[in-house]
Design a binder for this molecule. Structure first.
Ligand SMILES: CC(C)(COP(=O)(O)OP(=O)(O)OC[C@H]1O[C@@H](n2cnc3c(N)ncnc32)[C@H](O)[C@@H]1OP(=O)(O)O)[C@@H](O)C(=O)NCCC(=O)NCCS
Length: 311
């Protein structure tokens, strides 16, 4: 029986992990008849490695086959002040069903237990292997999202912005208020992520915020978008109300002109979903947020993303 061991990810693993993500996701989606999820050069998947290593160097873990020395499983890990997130769990398709993912997952939940923090993620409702991996390990789903894609014309959305809200671009001074509003609405915060998005070193992040009335520096919500050539998505974001979320989405869609970004919207936000349909949105997937350990009930609108994983 072949054996493997778990170790921390290293910078030199970049290309091998990118290929693993590319081929394992494609093999899985192909196996359920949905064709290949990722297209083109396998190294496009390196965008995950690059962002995750920048945000959380030396936190991701890999499973290495002892015979070949090849990486056969990987998972990114984001320890934050309130919780630990995990993202892009994947195993080489030749090794599916050998409990490699379970071993990687156990290493992360053990860490969560020892640090007294819940472990959180967003998993696909189509991918029952990953859904089952987590729920068998003791994760409990707590919010369901529909993944909506919106084609944004080259000239921007033809529809006018929702009235009465004035989203503006975030500045470094907004990071504290982003942490406060997210914690109020969802019970979690992740200060280093907000600073990272606003710094925008890769020149593909954009962040909009809506200020609270009263001019005390407080926020009603924020929304990030990622315009990387290899990954185009809105999120993470939170807002107190669906109308505010719509205004933030409108602002960030207009940053992504000529593209077709995806965003995750809670299925319970009927008005917001209706608004997105009016803007031409199409559903393309369903995801569910899961937590190992307590998760607070959401008090507003939350829009997670996979880069970085922010369930
Ligand atoms: C999802 C994925 C990571 C699972 O990896 P794996 O190494 O094959 O999984 P494991 O062998 O560790 O075990 C999976 C667990 O789920 C269980 N399981 C799988 N399907 C199940 C089902 N339908 N019902 C109940 N349990 C199920 C298995 O029994 C096992 O639990 P157990 O050990 O307690 O019996 C792998 O299929 C993969 O890489 N897929 C492509 C990439 C991907 O989709 N990643 C996730 C989203 S980013």
């Amino acid at each position: 029986m072949p054996t493997h061991h778990i170790r921390i990810m290293r910078p030199e693993d970049r290309a091998e992990i990118a290929r693993l993500i590319f081929h394992s996701l494609n093999a899985y989606y192909d196996s359920i008849g949905r064709g290949e999820l990722l297209k083109g050069d396998p190294l496009t998947a390196a965008v995950f490695f690059d962002v995750y290593q920048k945000l959380d160097p030396d936190e991701g873990i890999v499973a290495v086959d002892d015979d070949s020395g090849r990486i056969i499983g990987s998972c990114f890990v984001h320890p934050r002040e309130t919780h630990i997130s995990l993202g892009i769990m994947n195993v080489h398709h030749d090794h599916f069903g050998r409990k490699i993912a379970k071993k990687l997952l156990n290493a992360i939940t053990d860490r969560g237990k020892s640090e007294g923090k819940p472990v959180r993620l967003v998993s696909s409702c189509f991918n029952l292997d990953s859904y089952s991996l987590y729920t068998r390990a003791g994760f409990v789903p707590f919010t369901t999202f529909q993944d909506m894609m919106v084609e944004v014309p080259e000239g921007g959305l033809a529809h006018r912005a929702p009235e009465g809200f004035f989203p503006r671009k975030a500045t470094p001074d907004d990071a504290d208020a982003m942490a406060v509003i997210e914690r109020k609405l969802t019970g979690i915060s992740r200060r280093q992520d907000y600073d990272y998005f606003i710094r925008n070193e890769e020149a593909f992040w954009s962040v909009s915020v809506i200020e609270s009335e009263g001019g005390d520096g407080g926020l009603e919500g924020y929304l990030v978008s990622c315009g990387s050539e290899d990954f185009n998505m809105l999120g993470p974001g939170v807002a107190r109300t669906e109308a505010q979320a719509a205004a933030l989405i409108h602002a960030e869609l207009n940053v992504q002109k000529g593209r077709c970004p995806v965003l995750l919207v809670p299925v319970t936000c009927g008005d917001l979903v209706a608004q997105l349909y009016q803007w031409g949105a199409r559903n393309c997937e369903m995801h569910v947020a899961q937590s190992f350990g307590p998760a607070e009930e959401l008090k507003g609108v939350v829009m997670p993303t996979f880069l970085p994983e922010t369930g």
